[in-house]
Design a protein around this ligand. Sequence first.
Ligand code: ADE
Ligand code: ZN
Length: 341
Amino acid sequence: MPLGMNLVTEEFLSAVRALPKAELHLHIEGTLEPAMLMRLAAKHSVSLPYQSEAEVHAAYDFSDLQSFLDIYYLGAGVLIDEQDFYDLMFAYLSRCRDEGIVHSEIMFDPQTHTDRGISFGTVMDGFLRAMASAQREWGQSSALIMSFLRHLDEDRAFQTLKQAEPYRDHIQSVGLDSSELGHPPEKFAGVYAEARSQGYRPVAHAGEEGPPEYIWGALNTLEVERIDHGVRCLEDDALVQHLVEHQIPLTVCPLSNVRLCVFPEMLQHPLLDMLDRGLNVTVNSDDPPYFGGYLMDNFESLHENLSLDLDQAKRLAVNSINSSFLSSDIKEGWLTQLSSP
Ligand code: ADE
Ligand code: ZN
């Protein structure tokens, strides 16, 4: 069937699943499934305010970013030993294999763990072992983005950068996440300058809940190569023009935006308008079990609500490969597959 025709959902989804895709905005701590949360809580005798998986699901009813973060940090408290970090990462990478995500650039929040007395090495060793297993077992490609928590001060981010030194070769990028409002990018100008000088590729969350000025700040002060979310750029025409002209990638997370009330419903999500305006947008899942789905669930919701078609899905897949930090040779290989009929 030619591209662009209205495929039935099942056919559409299997066609999208078969497209080689990169996921560029995914918090590994945000992949903690309720079943794993309950299992690890029992394993480590961590008490949770939930008695069952159903109660966990019921708690995932968010009014804004902070209401989600409170529950996300609580959940991360069950991750304690190296095997937990391995299991978390391996489960997500297995999902990548099933969804045609050929490469993933994965955020992790070291401060969420080191502040609880878990060593940086425990976290890294579990993640790296899982990434190596997935690479060996089915050729899964992945990389790490070390994200600083923006509600903490810049000194703490500097300490984290220092702790990462022994793992420098295993961490590709630095990022900025957590509570956006009141914590503008400029607060982290120094640590980003230092990270860039050490060769980290800089990205940052901006324009999720924060205003367009935060996107300008991330570009001009932190000198980021990608913006995570960035949906509020639409409030500033000059910014949209700049993002289009420089083809700066925006890692958009549609289900997340709806669940965190950035947009009231998927029907109001501007992803397709952004694509039409020439913005370099990609689709991503952010924190899948918290927001109702993984990458393919995002594509499904866009198809059902906004009539996303296969041509548009292909453009999004091409953007995801192009916007990754893969080498140009590897990108070319995936892009060739994407351009074949
Ligand atoms: N940490 C995990 N998910 C996040 C999001 N969507 N925004 C900011 N920080 C996060
Ligand atoms: Zn995010």
